[in-house]
Design a protein around this ligand. Structure first.
Ligand SMILES: CC(C)(COP(=O)(O)OP(=O)(O)OC[C@H]1O[C@@H](n2cnc3c(N)ncnc32)[C@H](O)[C@@H]1OP(=O)(O)O)[C@@H](O)C(=O)NCCC(=O)NCCS
Length: 414
């Protein structure tokens, strides 16, 4: 028996999709197979690992085409890796590794300069040179302790109410994408959402609600401009129950919209718990609340990235300080990426080339990926023994050049 990697076609798409969800312990509703095919996937980017004896699909992989915002606001083409499973019947025979290699090769051929993914387990992708580029927080807060001590402008409950209005699902489908698009252009780590992704994401039939209400949508408006939105569900049993408000997504393009929408969320009666997953690492709510300890935050890894073209990527982002730095990248698995890169930064832009000179700092491609979007400073990576700052003063230079004003955030899960 051998495991062959084949491109998915419309003939085996249903079998492939069933195999993907079986890998995560779920059955698929037939309508959801068509929904995914119509709105989300690019079929020529999907891979099936097939057992040559049984001719059955035993492994699945794929990539979606994204545009990733990098520090400074430029966007770069990214292969969004997803759908990775190997059937329990064929585990640990290299199917996953083979499919990852296939996806990376095809991403390079298509012109993607980075690949990114969300990991089901945090130890799976380091071996493929992915670095943890974006971290975020899952929140819970009791709104009865949601008083504000600060806000960008006075946000009294009554004033907040006058800036926020509810919209229905049809209006939301028109209003939300523009607000999201503005946010993603100014947020490192954010990715684009095309019409299909919106349609897929706003799908809201009973079976996707996990016992909660249908989605509610509220929009913030400032001076005639729509500057933020929140989508949420309620979990309550009967009119007198004290329930949970589950924020699905809260996006804003101004500091005021952020404060106004959180004032709105924290004003609800009959709610004793608000949950919000995947909030930005530097979300200002912590600094707004008069009792920040009430905001429970659990950190988790969100976007992992792999650098496919180091020169293009280093030239795409902006830097915080001028100067020269030689970054040695050590990689056995990617000889084309290994080497020393010299960055000459002037007016926030780097010109980058390979050099035979001695590096100032040495790291793996995964650690450079972790630094790239500004999701971590280099100090902890040096302390962890991951980055070797060999030249005197090189850690301070690396820190100063790669520092960003905002932490990266990827609110789009894929
Ligand atoms: C994770 C998964 C795809 C691995 O598939 P696989 O075909 O067995 O993986 P491979 O045989 O190619 O193994 C590649 C390497 O990863 C390691 N590895 C794979 N899964 C691992 C796991 N769960 N824990 C630790 N190591 C793992 C293997 O030991 C191997 O290491 P090596 O190269 O040092 O020998 C598979 O177990 C699976 O489908 N899990 C459930 C779904 C899932 O979590 N998918 C990932 C979505 S992000």
């Amino acid at each position: 028996m051998t495991i062959e990697l084949r491109q998915v076609t419309d003939d085996n798409f249903t079998e492939w999709r069933r195999a993907v969800r079986r890998g995560f312990g779920e059955h698929v509703h037939p309508d959801d197979i068509a929904r995914l095919r119509d709105h989300r996937v690019e079929i020529d980017r999907l891979v099936a690992a097939v057992d040559s004896r049984s001719e059955r699909i035993v492994g699945t992989a794929g990539a979606d085409s994204y545009s990733l915002t990098v520090p400074g606001g430029a966007t770069v083409p990214m292969a969004g890796v997803a759908y990775m499973t190997t059937s329990v019947t064929h585990r640990r025979q290299g199917a996953f590794s083979g499919m990852m290699t296939r996806l990376h090769e095809s991403a390079r051929e298509r012109g993607d300069i980075v690949s990114g993914l969300w990991a089901s387990q945090a130890h799976l992708y380091g071996r493929f040179d992915y670095g943890l580029a974006v971290s975020s927080y899952n929140w819970t807060i009791d709104p009865r302790f949601g008083a504000f001590a600060h806000s960008p402008e006075p946000v009294e409950p009554a004033e907040a109410g006058s800036q926020v209005y509810f919209v229905d699902a049809e209006e939301a489908a028109v209003i939300l994408p523009d607000i999201y698009e503005q946010m993603r252009q100014q947020t490192p780590g954010a990715v684009d959402r095309n019409a299909g992704r919106w349609q897929y994401g706003l799908f809201d039939e009973e079976r996707v609600r996990d016992g909660a209400s249908a989605l509610f949508f509220a929009v913030c408006e400032e001076g005639g401009e729509q500057t933020g939105y929140v989508t949420y569900r309620m979990r309550r049993k009967g009119d007198s129950d004290m329930g949970t408000l589950q924020v699905e997504e809260q996006v804003s393009t101004t500091d005021t919209a952020h404060a106004v929408l959180w004032r709105f969320l924290l004003n609800f009666d009959l709610v004793v718990k608000i949950t919000a997953e995947n909030r930005p690492a530097d979300d200002p709510l912590w600094w707004i609340l008069s009792d920040p300890r009430r905001l429970n935050r659990k950190s988790h890894d969100s976007l992992w990235i792999r650098l496919l073209d180091v020169v293009k990527l280093l030239e795409a982002r902006e830097y915080n300080a001028n100067g020269r730095l030689k970054i040695g990248v050590v990689s056995e698995s990617q000889p084309e990426v290994a080497g020393t890169y010299v960055l000459d930064v002037e007016d926030s832009q780097a010109s980058v080339k390979k050099t035979t000179e001695k590096p100032d700092v040495i790291m793996t491609p995964g650690d450079l990926a972790a630094l790239y979007l500004g999701g971590t400073t280099p100090g902890p990576l040096v302390e962890a023994g991951r980055i070797d700052a060999v030249a005197p003063g090189s850690l301070a230079r690396l820190h100063g050049m790669f520092a960003t004003d905002t932490a990266p955030w990827c609110t789009h899960y894929f």
